[in-house]
Design a protein around this ligand. Structure first.
Ligand code: PMP
Ligand code: GLN
Length: 382
């Protein structure tokens, strides 16, 4: 958590967004859309405020949203978590991740993630006092090395913290990978905490929730968020579901993190979750087009491009341009060509950082004309 100077660090997302703002660069760094979600959902939030939904919500979330989460899981995955006991509303997925880790991991435990890993995982595992163990995802597909994954388990492994679809790589894990993870978790008697915030952002492949796999349900907590699917990252409404006793333990922790989450936004997201299938398909179709536009631009700029199957991030290898240090490049890129991106090594421990040293992540959840302008600026790099 401490930077090299011993000060508490700011996240790479804040650093790069601030740099983009200072230099006037196009911000393809921090992953947030430059267009809001549906107007009717904004209206629903305003209506909830006007109707007086302005005081604390119940700690576990308003019933309407817990029911909507359950109905959404039934509609898309055939799962039916009980709204009263098996669903918890959180302040974004970030709080769900933190509360789940703090509930189940402590000194002496190991928490296993893939590497690269989303930045909050490392920080919160650190706060819990547990040890963070990683297994690498390897280019070009960013699938795990299965032997390394198996070797990463020990008798101290308490939690496998998965992220699928995966940030920052954009990988969407196939059934065999997930089955293998479940098998290893069962053999080692671990919990699975799975961060599926990009569940609807997949391109031509289906997202398979871990909780749907045989043998997984009784040990899996699934986390998601309204930020990604509905383009309301600033509302910070997330949720999680899983077996009653696990959800109850996480809720105990949540009480003392935030107690409860934004009341009128919960009401609006309950409405959003009920949007028709076409809405969800439209989100994925639009992003797929944007992925292709930015990927082509990055290719034309001379990078090796790893076009993703999910999320709104595309990774490139900068080595073909003779650049081998993506951290250094990310700091200079706004000044050089007016585009900001995130270096992949920041999502790694030192060994993984070495392996991903020349990888850079660009977000494509931006307007088409913004992506086209970014592509034309990046063409100036070679
Ligand atoms: N997990 C992953 C993998 C993410 O990419 C993000 C956000 N970008 C989060 C969690 C945090 O989600 P929220 O904004 O809902 O807290
Ligand atoms: N999850 C977003 C990303 O990966 C950023 C969220 C944040 O700034 N914490 O870019």
């Amino acid at each position: 958590l401490l930077g090299p100077d011993g000060q508490l660090g700011i996240t790479i997302f804040e650093e790069m967004t601030a740099l983009a703002q200072r230099t006037g660069a196009i911000n393809l760094g921090q992953g947030f859309p430059d267009e809001d979600g549906p107007a009717e959902i904004k209206d629903a939030a305003q209506a909830a405020i006007a109707a007086g939904a302005n005081q604390y919500a119940p700690g576990k979330g308003i019933l309407e949203l817990r029911e909507a989460v359950s109905a959404h899981q039934q509609r898309f995955y055939g799962l039916s978590p009980a709204p009263q006991t098996e669903v918890l509303v959180t302040t974004g997925a970030t709080e769900g991740i933190a509360a789940a880790l703090l509930a189940f991991a402590g000194p002496g435990d190991e928490v296993l993630t893939f590497e690269p890993f989303y930045d909050s995982y490392g920080a919160v595992i650190g706060l819990s006092g547990a040890t963070h163990v990683t297994a690498p995802l390897l280019a070009p597909d960013f699938l795990p090395d299965m032997d390394a994954l198996e070797a990463a388990f020990s008798e101290r492994t308490r939690i496998v913290l998965l992220n699928n679809p995966h940030n920052p790589t954009g990988a969407v894990f196939p059934r065999q990978v997930l089955e293998h993870v479940v098998d290893l978790a069962r053999r080692n008697d671990c919990l699975i905490i799975t961060d599926e915030v990009y569940e609807h952002l997949t391109f031509g492949v289906s997202h398979i929730p871990v909780a749907t796999l045989p043998g997984a349900g009784d040990r899996t907590v699934t986390i998601s968020s309204a930020g990604k699917t509905f383009s309301f990252t600033g509302w910070k409404i997330g949720w999680l579901s899983g077996p009653q006793e696990l959800v109850a333990a996480i809720r105990t922790v949540k009480q003392f993190l935030t107690y409860s989450s934004g009341t009128p936004f919960q009401a609006a997201i309950a409405t959003a979750l009920a949007l028709p299938d076409e809405f969800y398909q439209g989100v994925a179709d639009t992003l797929r087009r944007k992925r292709d536009i930015l990927s082509e631009g990055l290719q034309a700029a001379g990078f090796d491009v790893y076009s993703p199957q999910g999320t709104y991030f595309v990774n490139v290898d900068t080595a073909p341009l003779g650049i081998t240090d993506s951290v250094d490049l990310a700091r200079r890129l706004p000044g050089l060509v007016g585009v900001a991106a995130i270096p992949v090594p920041v999502f790694c421990h030192p060994q993984g950082a070495e392996r991903t040293r020349s990888l850079l992540r660009f977000a494509f959840c931006k307007k088409v004309e913004v992506l086209e302008e970014a592509a034309s600026r990046l063409a100036g790099l070679s």
